[in-house]
Design a binder for this molecule. Sequence first.
Ligand code: FCB
Length: 446
Amino acid sequence: MPDRHDLPAGFRWGVTTAAYQIEGAAEEDGRGPSVWDTFVTRPGVIRGGHTGAVACDHYHRYPEDIALMKGLGLDGYRFSIAWSRIQPVGSGPVNPAGLAFYDRLVDALLEAGITPLPTLFHWDLPQALEDEGGWLNRDTAYRFADYAAATAARLGDRIPTWITLNEPFVHTVFGYAMGIHAPGRALMFEALPAAHHQLLGHGLAASILRERGLEVMLSNNLTPVEPATSNPADLTAAAAYDALHNRLFTDPVLLGRYPDLSALGVPDDIFGAIRPGDVDLIHTPGLDGLGVNYYNPTRVAAPTDPSLPFDLVDIPDVPHTAFGWPVVPDGLRRLLVGLQELYGTALPPITITENGCSVDESAAPDRLRIDYLATHLDALATAIAEGVDVRGYYTWSLLDNFEWAEGYHQRFGLVHVDFETQKRTPRASYAWYRKLIATHRALHSG
Ligand code: FCB
């Protein structure tokens, strides 16, 4: 069995973060409010009443954080750009002070020998656009393309590859269908126009970026779906869930068509959102790489409530993270091999743009995180040996940070953060990751 020491020469190592989860400085240098600034003020939606107003104070402490990255020997750093720093109300003139922050960040990364890999949208829509309907409003896709153009005009000379969206599945379902993330709308399947408009925004932005000679990726949360049993009703439910979680976001981009969503009660035109030519706008620009965020598989059963198309059930008999997510490393191999089988030559090279786990400090030492990373990298090496083209691995996350509805309760960092003092303390997993990267590099040098 191949393992993590068999990853190919040129394989790229990184870490991932996101703006609202680490930056803080919510009101500094002209940053406008985003949907997350608004959502966190709603009583009861965030565990502990936490907010990202200060987070890891990365906005001021980025030199220290880049030094930590340099210490790991990283090839790349995936971060996200806060749209409302660039355009405080989501449209119109850019805010020079906001762009200047990312200018400084990018220059400092390059100075440290680390390639910046920005994501343009990691869920923090400018509140002014939400006031106009957010991603339910088709116009937001065009505003996103304008923002992408303005940002690339300033930073594109130093950044070769751009990720348009982070996890449109999670943003649509948690943010617009269930209301547990910003903007907190609970529209169930009628949320899906928000998915189409994000994909349209991706397509419009991708064509602008590629015209500038830049490479484009899209990162989604993908999950291998397993039916609870081999009963036909469970198989049907699993297929419906797979269409919603995975194929809805990958088929239009890679194949130029939407999957059949009729089992979810969703009409072919996604409640009138799809206009003629839209799917071409999403598909035609093409993709230089697919970003895969993998955390766990999903087990699906036939619904007990007949008004729903499926039930999600736990995967027993495997370890679970502090978040309660099942730990199934082979799920990553199955996911990757499944993508290769399904999309064949339409599948671009893959980068794992997120993978990691939260660990309960009081109950367990950092051994759990090291095991999680090691076993998932072994599964990744096996997928590569089985023919999947995977170019790199970015772990979530460099630092403990604001974990959305969980506030500061889930600790995903290679580096511990004391949120009272902002002191950063590298964990055992930090030293482990550094050694793994150094060993891989030594094996392939010369
Ligand atoms: C992903 C998100 C990321 C982080 C991890 C734990 O779904 O993209 O921001 O919250 O989960």
